[in-house]
Design a protein around this ligand. Structure first.
Ligand SMILES: O=C(O)c1ccccc1NCC(=O)[C@H](O)[C@H](O)COP(=O)(O)O
Length: 259
C-alpha cells in the first residue's frame, strides 16, 4: 500500500528532523492567517490551489514550474489558499517550495505532507504555514488527537482529511472544524466524487467547513461537490497542468464551460 510506503519514509525523515537544531518555532517571521475566516467571509466557493510537481498516482505532473511564479499566478487568479506538497520521495516537493510560496503571497498556506510527529508541525510553523494536514488514515486515534492539539497550541488551523465514515467519525471525535473529504482512495487511487456527496451528509455546515479534495477537472465536477455542501475545493493536477490559470479558475468557480 502506498500510504504504508510513504509513512515508512516519513519515519526516517522525522528521525532526521529531530536531529536538526535549526527547527525552532520562535523563528517564525509571518503572522498566522486564518483560512477558515477567509473562506467564511467569501460568499462563493473557495479554491485551494495546490503546488504539486508529481504524485504516486500520476507520476511527474509538472516538474519544472517555479513555485514563486505559480503561487503569484494562483493568488492573482483568486485562490483563497495555496497547498504546497513538501514531500520529496513521492511528490518531488520540499520545504524550500513552501518557503518560496510564503515569501511570494499573502493568502494562507497549507503544508500538505504526511504528518506523524510534532517536529513536522514545528517545521511547518517556523517556515510560515498557516494550516497543516492530518490524514486520519495515517494516524492512530491518540496520534491524531495529540498532533491536532499541538498544531492548535501553535495557533495553526488543521485540515483533517477523511475518506470514509469511520475516518469522519474520528475527525468529529477531535472536534475538527476543517474537514477535507478526499475523493481519492489512497489504496487504489480511484477517484469518486460520490465520496464527498456521501460524507458531507453527515456534517453540519454551521460547525464544519467542508473541503472537497482531488479529481476535479470540470465545472460539472465542482458544481457537484458544491451542491453536496463543499465550501471549498482543493485542486492539484488540473492547476499544475493548466496553461491558462485565469481560465482554469473561471471554470472551476463554476463560472465557465467544460475544461
Ligand atoms: O495524488 C496522489 O496520487 C496521492 C497518492 C497518495 C497519497 C496522497 C495523494 N495525493 C494528495 C492529495 O490529496 C492531492 O494532491 C490533492 O487532493 C489534489 O488532488 P488532484 O486535484 O487530483 O491532483
Amino acid at each position: 500500500m502506498i500510504l504504508d510506503d510513504i509513512i515508512k519514509e516519513k519515519k526516517k525523515e522525522v528521525a532526521r528532523l529531530k536531529q536538526d537544531s535549526t527547527i525552532n518555532t520562535s523563528k517564525r517571521q509571518y503572522p498566522v492567517r486564518s483560512f477558515f475566516k477567509m473562506a467564511r467571509s467569501n460568499n462563493k466557493l473557495s479554491i485551494i490551489a495546490e503546488f504539486k510537481r508529481a504524485s504516486p498516482s500520476k507520476g511527474v505532473i509538472n516538474a519544472d514550474l517555479d513555485p514563486k511564479v505559480q503561487a503569484s499566478t494562483y493568488e492573482k487568479a483568486g485562490a483563497s489558499m495555496i497547498s504546497v506538497l513538501t514531500d520529496t520521495p513521492f511528490f518531488k516537493g520540499d520545504m524550500d517550495d513552501l518557503i518560496a510560496v510564503r515569501e511570494t503571497v499573502n493568502i494562507p498556506i497549507l503544508n500538505k505532507d504526511f504528518i506523524i510527529d510534532p517536529v513536522q508541525i514545528d517545521r511547518a510553523y517556523q517556515h510560515g504555514a498557516d494550516v497543516i494536514l492530518l490524514i486520519v488514515r495515517a494516524l492512530s486515534t491518540e496520534q491524531l488527537a495529540s498532533l491536532y492539539q499541538h498544531a492548535k497550541r501553535l495557533g495553526l488551523e488543521v485540515l483533517v482529511e477523511v475518506h470514509d465514515e469511520q475516518e469522519l467519525q474520528a475527525a468529529l471525535d477531535i472536534d475538527a472544524t476543517l474537514i477535507g473529504i478526499n475523493n481519492r482512495n489512497l489504496d487504489t487511487f480511484e477517484v469518486d466524487l460520490k465520496t464527498t456527496e456521501d460524507l458531507a451528509k453527515m456534517l453540519n455546515p454551521e460547525d464544519h467547513l467542508i473541503i472537497s479534495e482531488s479529481g476535479m477537472k470540470t465545472t460539472e465536477d465542482v458544481l457537484r461537490v458544491k451542491k453536496a455542501g463543499a465550501e471549498a475545493i482543493l485542486v492539484g493536477e488540473t492547476m499544475m497542468r493548466s496553461d491558462n490559470l485565469t481560465d482554469t479558475f473561471e471554470l472551476l468557480s463554476g463560472e465557465g464551460d467544460r475544461l
